[in-house]
Design a protein around this ligand. Structure first.
Ligand code: FDA
Length: 279
């Protein structure tokens, strides 16, 4: 069982708990993006095991009444073992997701993985048109070119600011520069993308800018936020008719994810400590 200290950010240890959480989220008008926690496997067996877990998850979601999609990290299903292992495992997940009519997202990890992730995504998205999406990061200087390329690939794209520490030859280091890049990319996506835009951000400024761009270009969009962050804003946004998604991590490997969330913001740390102290 996930202890109270972490259950603001993690939905449970089992797929059944995650699906039950997703059903409650649906009652608030929000759709779940389920993510089995795990990353950086350097051996094939754990990568294959997590790929199999994702195949079972999409089958369970497909058999349920729950409105949910999934999001998978490349290094969780074999990218650190080899790009061909990642491609093979992602293909099986994409096929299972398509069979069960469940949308499959691919997360983006550090810049050394971007080429392999883009290449594999592009070939699979062409086969499973309309059922897959990829995350791109505004802090990376290459993202303008990547978005140009993705404009011709079927599937949705989630724009985030970027969560990895990157060297300054490949990534903007200062927040204002990342924010400016985020706005520039968002405008490009609303102007050029046919399959909709996913705004992966808690930033009220970016969410209102997306609403303005939607008015201007008419492109469909959705907003995605993390479990445990601005939950009220998620419910309110959904009530206004904006498709709203919550990224919902679950699984036995919850500690390091919880630790990152708790440490990134003073308010989160205070919240976690209150849970420990029972106040
Ligand atoms: P930022 O952190 O700049 O915060 C901007 C504003 O948002 C704040 O000033 C505040 O108003 C509000 N805010 C932010 N956090 C808050 C909190 N805890 N409480 C209250 N208000 C808060 N990264 C990556 O590299 N690869 C990936 O695949 C993904 N995937 C992904 C999926 C989804 C659905 C989300 C939401 C995010 C990711 N990320 C990611 C993480 C992303 O790159 C980024 O690190 C975080 O979203 C934080 O950036 P923000 O855009 O939220 O803004």
């Amino acid at each position: 069982m996930i202890p109270p200290i972490a259950n603001r950010f993690v939905a449970g240890e089992t797929p059944a708990e995650a699906i039950e959480y997703a059903a409650d989220l649906n009652d608030r008008g929000v759709t779940a993006i389920l993510n089995l926690l795990g990353e950086h496997y350097h051996e094939r067996p754990p990568a294959d095991e997590d790929a199999a877990a994702y195949r079972r998850l999409v089958a369970d979601v497909g058999d349920s009444d729950v409105d949910a999609c999934v999001s998978v990290k490349p290094s969780q299903i074999g990218l650190d073992v080899g790009p061909e292992v990642f491609a093979e495992n992602l293909e099986t997940i994409a096929a299972a997701a398509a069979d069960h009519d469940v949308f499959a997202w691919v997360d983006m990890e550090d810049h050394e993985t971007t080429d392999a992730t883009m290449d594999t995504f592009e070939s699979l998205a062409r086969t499973h048109a309309g059922n897959m999406g990829l995350c791109v990061q505004a802090n990376l200087k290459r993202t303008e070119q990547d978005l140009d390329r993705l404009a011709d690939v079927p599937g949705k794209v989630r724009l985030v600011k970027g969560a990895y520490d990157e060297p300054d030859d490949v990534a903007y280091q200062d927040k204002p520069d990342v924010n400016e890049a985020y706005r520039t990319h968002l405008e490009f996506m609303f102007r050029e993308f046919d399959d909709g835009v996913a705004v992966g951000s808690h930033d009220p400024a970016m969410i209102s800018y997306a609403a303005e761009l939607h008015e201007e270009y008419g492109t469909d969009y959705e907003v995605q936020m993390l479990m445990g962050i601005r939950e009220d804003a998620q419910t309110e946004l959904a009530a206004t008719g904006v498709p709203t998604y919550q990224y919902v991590p679950y699984g036995g490997k919850w500690f390091s994810y919880f630790y990152r969330r708790a440490m990134e913001r003073k308010e989160n740390l205070v919240f976690a400590l209150r849970a420990v102290l029972g106040r």
